[in-house]
Write a protein that binds this ligand. Structure first.
Ligand code: PHE
Length: 333
């Protein structure tokens, strides 16, 4: 009987080693170790052995044979499963090398582009970038800027009010100048900052006005700052931003928060002028409101519209076109 067990075991092992897939292997296992398989039928023959000892001994031999077949089957199953998994993964892998026409890239909004270039130029001139909130208190937007309540100069800005707190106490900022006050009340001089941002006015949109637009504010506070520093900074900015053929000029003007005040214009290479923004020496009352001693420190400030500048820079006729999202317009830039 030992010989029968050995040959049944060897037949099973040989069949296992020939199985090429997990399914084929399972079939072989069923065939050889299953109830009707050769090894099981040998088990039935144990009962016919004459003595208990012989039954025991032969039963053990048979068990060992079956266990070695089962172990060999497990080992081969693991191997075949790994091979099949590898093949499946290879089959599922996508070919990403197929050639495709690259997607056409768009570009940032003209105002965003101008905003970012302005920041770059001013950072290059030694300024830091500051920010302030778009919803502002009356104090920062007007009062700290030398415009007490009901000051007539407030009418220079058509103000949109926010229904929050006491009537008139909260506004959508009408300019970026409140950021000046925010910087001066929180930072010690020397101060060299620019503050780009969105501003709001109660105006009807037309070719040169929008109710929502963008400004950039500049503020310098240091010892011994003079009007010459202001003029020099505007000129340095003009050349850096527009190019070597451009220059600037200042014309007397009025703002409550600067004294003296000026408008500044950019001269194009063809001799035409672009009126860009306002500027001046920071009013001593503004320094004092913000806790800076005007006897010790002086400064200048300037501010201008980013949308206006992008419009002129790209030769756009109508500001509203820049916000129309018309692809025929956008694609020109
Ligand atoms: N805030 C002014 C405006 O919106 C511009 C300005 C800024 C003027 C700084 C002087 C100094 O019109």
């Amino acid at each position: 009987m030992i010989d029968d067990i050995s040959s049944a075991r060897d037949a099973a092992l040989a069949a296992l080693s020939l199985a090429a897939t997990v399914d084929a292997l399972d079939a072989v296992v069923g065939e050889h170790l299953g109830k009707r398989g050769p090894l099981s039928s040998l088990k039935a023959r144990l009962g016919s052995l004459p003595t208990v000892d012989e039954k025991k001994a032969m039963g053990q031999v048979l068990n060992e044979a079956m266990q070695s077949v089962a172990a060999a089957a497990d080992e081969r199953r693991a191997l075949l499963a790994a091979v099949e998994r590898r093949a499946r993964l290879d089959g599922e892998r996508m070919d990403l090398t197929e050639y495709r026409r690259p997607a056409r890239r768009g570009h940032a909004h003209l105002v965003t582009e101008a905003w970012e270039r302005l920041e770059d130029v001013f950072v290059g001139l030694g300024f830091k970038v500051a920010e302030g909130p778009e919803i502002e208190t009356d104090w920062y937007n007007f009062e700290a800027l030398n415009m007490p309540p009901s000051h007539p100069a407030r009418s220079m800005w058509d103000t949109l009010f926010v229904d929050h707190g006491p009537a008139g106490s909260t506004v959508l900022r009408t300019h970026t100048s409140p950021v000046q006050a925010r910087v001066m009340t929180t930072q010690e001089p020397p101060i060299y900052v620019v503050a780009p941002g969105r501003v709001f006015r109660n105006e009807t949109a037309d070719a040169t006005h929008m109710p929502v637009f963008h400004q950039i504010e500049g503020l310098v506070v240091d010892r011994g700052i003079s009007f010459a520093d202001l003029a020099g900074t505007i000129e340095a900015f003009t050349r850096a931003f527009f190019g070597p053929g451009f220059t600037s000029r200042l014309r007397p003007s009025f703002f409550p928060f600067t004294e003296p005040s000026a408008e500044f214009d950019i001269r194009r290479p063809d001799g035409s002028w672009l009126e860009l923004g306002g500027c001046g020496m920071v009013h001593p009352n503004v320094l004092a409101s913000c806790g800076i001693d005007p006897e010790e420190w002086s400064g200048f400030a300037f501010g201008f519209g980013i949308d206006r500048m992008a419009k002129e820079y790209h030769g756009v006729d109508d500001l509203r076109e820049m916000y129309s999202n018309d692809i025929r317009f956008i694609e020109q830039f």
